[in-house]
Design a protein around this ligand. Structure first.
Ligand code: ZN
Length: 180
């Protein structure tokens, strides 16, 4: 079958499937680099290979595509009507894996920023990067940009074997010490 897209487009498509080196992620990288921050990319040694790792700030930044990572309340996170069962299973697995990775990162003492793709559109990106920069210079354990909608069930709760090992819900951390 002949290629119907050029090489750059194909590379972008593949990147978005792998979830690495996506356009939104590149925007974050470029802006933070310009602002003087230095980071590692997709560190293999950390749970879920976080997109950006800023060791000096004890921080990781996860740039989440709204569709694959199921941004709660976001227009972009629609569910395709064909093969709905397949998509539901796929999405549940993604959300559960994200939650596991976040928990493992928190347990290891990392601060976590979740940046949703929709907040990196050109009109919003400036404010997002500003919030992110402020957060990096702070000691706040968790930030989500944009902040979660009230009553959000995402991130999904984890199936902990017993209550003693249950972590402090991420949402509570965000509410008590977030910059908003
Ligand atoms: Zn979104």
């Amino acid at each position: 079958m002949p290629d119907i897209v050029d090489a750059a487009t194909r590379s972008r498509m593949m990147a978005s499937i792998r979830g690495r080196d996506t356009l939104p992620e590149m925007r974050v990288r470029r802006a933070l680099h310009r602002a003087g921050f230095r980071f590692r990319l997709h560190a293999r040694t950390l749970p879920g290979r976080p997109d950006l790792v800023l060791r000096k700030h004890r921080a990781v930044i996860l740039v989440h595509g709204c569709f694959w990572h199921r941004h709660d309340g976001c227009r972009t996170a629609s569910t395709p009507s064909a093969n709905a069962g397949f998509w539901q299973a796929k999405f549940s697995a993604n959300v559960a894996r994200d939650a596991r990775n976040r928990q493992a990162l928190m347990d290891a003492g990392w601060r976590i920023a979740i940046v949703w793709e929709c907040t990196l559109r050109p009109r919003l990106a400036g404010a997002t990067i500003e919030t992110l920069s402020d957060w990096l210079r702070s000691a706040v354990p968790f930030v989500e940009i944009p902040p979660a909608v009230p009553g959000s069930t995402h991130p999904a709760p984890l199936p902990y074997p017993d209550a003693d090992t249950a972590p402090v819900p991420l949402r509570r951390v965000a509410e008590t010490s977030g910059p908003e």
